[in-house]
Design a protein around this ligand. Structure first.
Ligand code: NDP
Length: 268
C-alpha cells in the first residue's frame, strides 16, 4: 500500500490522518496515512529514511515547515514565496515541495461565498501561515491586502519579497478607521487566549476568519461576533481544504470535502 505520513512535534492533535483516510475511502485509493511525532533534532533523517523506505509523500506541520523546505530538490512558486513547505512528494529519490495552506484558505473562503475579487483584505500576522496565504489570495484579484503585525518590521520584510503594489505593511495601532471587507487572523494569538489589538469599528459588518479552530469560537471570533461581524469562520475548513490540495497533488483525484468537514465538526 502507498505510504504517507504527517510529521510534527507535537502531533497528537493532528486530524490529518482522519481527513486523508476519509478521502482515500471516498475515492477508493489504496493508501496508508498516519501521524508521526518527530524529535526536534531528528527531522531530516526521519524524512530521508521514510523516503528511502519507498514512501510516496508526507505532510509537514509545525515546527518543521521551514526545515522541510531546505530538504527539497524542487519547489512550487507558492512554496518558495511562502518560505515553508507542508507537502512533500517523493519521486525517483527526489523531494518535491509544495505549500497547500494558502489554497486551502482560499477554497474555504470561496466555500463560504466570501467574495475575494476587488475586496479589501486585512491580514493579521506575518509568520509562516500569513506568508503562505498571500500568493493564493493575490491570485483572486483583491483590491488590496494590508498586512498588520505586532512586529511591524516583519510585515515590511514580508511584502518586499512579493513586490506587489496591492500589498502594504503596518502595525496594529496605525490601522485607523480604514474599512475592510474581510479580516483574516493569521496570528497565533488565539492559541494563548489573546486578541490582536484592533478597534471595534474595524469589525462591524466585516467577514472575520481565524486560522485557529476548536470546539468553541476562538477569542478573536467571539470578540468579532460580539462586535457585529457579518460572518465568523474558523480554520477547520482551511485544514480540510489544504489536505484536499495535498491529496490531489499525490493521487491526481479531487476528494469531496464538505462531508469530511461535517464529520470533524460532529467529532468536536
Ligand atoms: P508563527 O509562529 O510563524 O507566527 C505567529 C504570528 O502571530 C506572528 O505574526 C506573531 O507576531 C503573531 N502573534 C503571536 N502572538 C500574538 C499576540 N498575542 N498578539 C498579536 N500577534 C501575535 O505561526 P504560524 O504563522 O505558523 O501560525 C499562525 C496560526 O495559524 C497558528 O495558530 C496556527 O495554528 C494557524 N494555522 C492554521 C492552519 C489551518 O489549516 N487552519 C494552517 C497553518 C497555520 P510577531 O511577529 O510580532 O511575533
Amino acid at each position: 500500500m502507498d505510504q504517507y505520513r504527517v510529521f510534527g512535534n507535537p502531533i497528537k492533535q493532528s486530524r490529518s490522518p482522519i481527513i486523508h483516510q476519509s478521502f482515500a475511502q471516498q475515492t477508493q485509493q489504496q493508501l496508508n496515512y498516519q501521524s508521526v511525532y518527530v524529535a526536534l533534532e531528528l527531522f531530516e533523517q526521519t524524512i530521508i529514511t521514510f523516503m528511502h523506505s519507498g514512501a510516496k509523500g508526507a505532510n509537514i506541520t509545525a515546527p518543521f515547515k521551514e526545515q522541510a523546505m531546505a530538504l527539497c530538490d524542487k519547489l512550487t512558486e507558492r512554496a518558495q514565496l511562502a518560505g515553508a513547505v507542508n507537502t512533500l512528494t517523493f519521486t525517483g529519490g527526489k523531494i518535491f515541495g509544495d505549500n497547500t495552506d494558502g489554497e486551502g484558505l482560499v477554497q474555504d473562503l470561496l466555500n463560504h461565498k466570501i467574495l475575494l475579487k476587488n475586496s479589501r483584505i486585512l491580514l493579521l500576522g506575518a509568520g509562516g501561515a500569513a506568508k503562505g496565504v498571500i500568493l493564493p489570495l493575490l491570485a483572486q484579484g483583491p483590491q488590496k491586502i494590508v498586512i498588520a503585525n505586532r512586529t511591524v518590521s516583519k510585515a515590511e520584510e514580508l511584502i518586499k519579497k512579493f513586490n506587489n503594489n496591492k500589498l502594504t505593511a503596518t502595525g496594529f495601532d496605525a490601522l485607523g478607521a480604514e474599512k475592510f471587507d474581510l479580516i483574516i487572523n493569521a496570528t497565533s494569538a488565539s492559541l494563548t487566549g489573546k486578541i490582536p489589538p484592533l478597534s471595534k469599528e474595524l469589525i462591524a459588518n466585516t467577514d472575520c476568519y481565524d486560522m485557529v479552530y476548536g470546539k468553541e469560537l476562538s477569542p478573536f471570533l467571539a470578540w468579532a461576533k460580539a462586535n457585529g461581524a457579518s460572518n465568523v469562520i474558523d480554520g477547520l475548513g482551511m485544514l480540510v481544504e489544504q489536505a484536499a490540495e495535498s491529496f490531489r497533488t499525490w493521487r491526481n483525484v479531487s476528494p469531496e470535502t464538505a462531508s469530511v468537514l461535517n464529520r470533524l465538526r460532529k467529532e468536536d
